[in-house]
Design a protein around this ligand. Structure first.
Ligand SMILES: [Zn+2]
Length: 94
């Protein structure tokens, strides 16, 4: 772990949401976990922002596919989104 503290989310709930987002967006989470993610997001602007960006990116990349099977998110895109999310969390000062 070489990341600086100020760039890391301090809220473990945010990390948990992040870890589950792709399953959440794919509708693979059980209903109670889905509700837990939504409850967290409702009260966490950085996570809302992150989720909206993620949805936009996934939607855009899926539209470009002729195949109807969704592709996994490109690593570079995930890194970029994660960096933006970390910054939003740092601003939140949690
Ligand atoms: Zn959060």
């Amino acid at each position: 772990m070489s990341q600086e503290h100020r760039h890391s989310p301090k809220d473990p709930a945010c990390l948990e949401v992040f870890a589950r987002l792709s399953e959440y967006l794919d509708g693979e989470l059980p209903p109670e976990e889905c509700a837990a993610v939504e409850a967290h997001i409702a009260d966490c602007p950085p996570c809302v922002e992150f989720l909206e960006n993620l949805k936009r990116c996934i939607g855009a990349s899926r539209e470009m596919q002729t195949d109807c099977r969704p592709e996994p998110m490109p690593k570079a895109m995930e890194d970029k989104l994660r960096a933006a999310w970390m910054q939003a969390l740092a601003r939140k000062g949690a």
